[in-house]
Design a protein around this ligand. Structure first.
Ligand code: ADE
Length: 267
């Protein structure tokens, strides 16, 4: 049996996960002492952020990559919670580019074992929706509200103008995940019709929520809206991630770590 990566007596770390390099880069830059441990082809960066023990990792893209990453974090690193940060496509009316969505629950929009099970239900779990941890979701939403109060301070006036980030909002609700980048209006219309309460679409969160549910470990996710999951979804995606989302990710996670669950029990 491999030696545990974290000594048993220490405070269990909090996992910070991103799907894209840029999403995690600003988090790693803010960690003073990160050390990589390679497992399953990924670097798991052990260290501290805001004085708390963390493991930061790039999950890569898609549900299977997310599930693999979550399983390693839970089994090998014994994390006490998993926090996912990244970008998503906005689905609900009013969820605009530059807004932030914090999941209250997550669902796999491409799960369909009908007629054996209802559409979207994960077979043998008896559920389609996996709840996010309410305490961490509240901490992420509070942190996002503070960060979005002054986007120019974080990303600069030019990015605010270019991406029209003048009145960004924080939304809380259903995030749906599937193994497709949704980049046509026809597809996002179909998602809205099937799941009218879905706020945003991405490619990892619901898989990670399911794995965390299996281990009984809190999971929460915060996503910056990079596009509207329509025919223009690919436009400026790379620049948005590099200039806006990566800065939001790090700022929101840092504030949530400062004020979120267990904040007093520092290492
Ligand atoms: N992540 C960011 N935008 C997305 C989209 N349109 N579809 C799926 N995942 C995304």
């Amino acid at each position: 049996m491999p030696a545990p990566a974290v000594p048993a007596a220490s405070i269990a770390p909090i996992a910070l996960v991103g799907a894209l390099h840029e999403e995690l880069a600003a988090v790693l830059e803010a960690m003073p002492d990160e050390q990589p441990v390679r497992v399953a082809g990924r670097e798991f960066w052990q260290g501290h952020l805001e004085g708390r023990p963390v493991v930061a990792v790039l999950s890569r893209i898609g549900k299977v990559a997310a599930a693999t990453t979550a399983a390693v974090l839970l089994e090998r690193f014994g994390v006490q919670a998993v926090l996912f940060t990244g970008v998503a496509g906005g689905l609900a009316p009013g969820v605009a580019v530059g807004d932030v969505v914090v999941a209250t629950e997550l669902l796999q929009h491409d799960m369909d074992a009908s007629p054996l099970f209802p559409r979207h239900e994960v077979p043998l779990y008896g559920r389609a929706r996996f709840p996010a941890d309410a305490h961490w979701a509240a901490a992420l939403a509070d942190a996002a509200s503070h960060v979005l109060a002054d986007p120019a301070a974080l990303v600069g006036g030019a990015a605010v103008d270019d991406f029209a980030l003048h009145r960004p909002r924080v939304h809380r609700g259903l995030i749906v995940s599937g193994d497709r980048f949704v980049a046509t209006a026809a597809e996002s219309d179909a998602l809205r019709a099937a799941l009218p309460d879905a706020l945003a679409v991405e490619m990892e969160g619901a898989a990670m929520a399911q794995v965390c549910h299996d281990w009984g470990v809190p999971f929460a996710a915060v996503r910056t809206i990079s596009d509207r999951a329509d025919d223009a979804a690919h436009t400026d995606f790379t620049r948005f991630v590099a200039e806006v989302a990566r800065r939001y990710s790090a700022a929101v996670l840092r504030e949530a770590l400062r004020d979120g669950p267990g904040a007093l029990a520092r290492a």
